[in-house]
Design a protein around this ligand. Sequence first.
Ligand code: C5P
Length: 298
Amino acid sequence: MSVTVRVPAKVNVQLAVGAARPDGFHDLANVFLAVSLYDEVTAAPAADGLRVTCEGPDAAEVPLDRTNLAARAALALAERYGRAPDVHLHIAKDIPVAGGMAGGSADGAGALLACDALWGTGAPRDELLAICAELGSDVPFSLVGGAALGTGRGERLTALEVGGEFHWVFALAARGLSTPAVFREFDRLAEGRAIPEPAADQAVLDALAKGDPTALAVALTNDLQPAALSLFPELGDTLAAGRAAGALAALVSGSGPTTAFLATDAGAASDIAGVLRASGTCRDVRTAVGAAAGATVL
Ligand code: C5P
């Protein structure tokens, strides 16, 4: 018997970043939208201890030790319920690794839900969310999906209404970017400047609620984008190629380096994907739709 959980990737349609806090984290106003690129995490009984395996195009870049958020999720749940973490976690990986699309967070949320079902722990939703928040700032959102405003370091969620489908194109970069490195670059670029308190932009929330891609395109922002571009200047060419191909908006996804392009509809997304694929400015191109459901037992 095994349990498989499907978990979506995310794009940030607003990422407002405040000044560094004493604990090194940054307060955020983070508008998450889950999109239809998925990892699947399967939990199967194991005789003795915890094992993680991974398949998929980027599997070689996924750590299989206890730094993997899926492993940490299983260990955290086992510890809370006083049981041995005897489980084989298998990750079928489709979300870009180190891409700014919460792929690692998805695996954490997926493993947590899969182990909860496999072990019959029956942890209440609030407890699952609390474990997610301990694992990482984006992990609670991977569990709930849809669209949400994340405050604090991004882990305190308020669900948001989404009034229609948003069509996206994602350009995968040749290499990854480390999230802490991008936040450090944000701090370096911000030196000597006053950083306002991050706040949700009503225009972003309204565009989501109306399901209006044109309005969302005008409103979306990412405060980490200058830092990601500073560390990875070639992303500027990818953004320009997508804009020239007719994207309503082009931005870095989260801390990057995946770049995200908002399209009017599915046909436009497919056209933009074709142009980006031929542009030579990225490693691979994917299309996806948001909002997608959160972590789901299959
Ligand atoms: O919470 P998570 O483990 O995903 O964060 C990874 C890193 O990203 C943190 O160690 C920190 O450097 C940075 N970060 C931050 N402020 C946040 C979220 C993440 O500085 N709100």
